[in-house]
Write a new protein. Structure first.
Length: 94
């Protein structure tokens, strides 16, 4: 089992809450903060399942304390974490 925790920026954009992981250059969105957070956790799980399976290098996480001062007025920084298990890796399509 692998554990990952990365800072993410959450911000409201029209009717959606968008989420960006600056260290990984990936993003997702949800209808509200709760949905966006759950989608962000799932995105991390899929991203790292793929990275592990195909031995792709990835950036180490920044400290969330270093991200917070860089937030724009409408952004909130939060730490998002996920676990990646053997079945997650096995289920990634070739």
């Amino acid at each position: 089992m692998h554990y990952f925790a990365y800072p993410a920026l959450f911000y409201k954009d029209e009717d959606l809450v968008r989420v960006i992981f600056p260290d990984l250059s990936i993003s997702t969105e949800g209808a509200n903060l709760t949905e966006a957070f759950l989608f962000a956790k799932d995105l991390l799980r899929v991203y790292f399942s793929y990275a592990i399976k195909y031995e792709i290098e990835y950036n180490l996480p920044s400290k969330v304390e270093n991200i917070i001062p860089k937030c724009k007025q409408n952004e909130v920084a939060m730490l998002v974490d996920t676990f990646v298990g053997p079945n997650d890796i096995k289920n990634i399509n070739n």
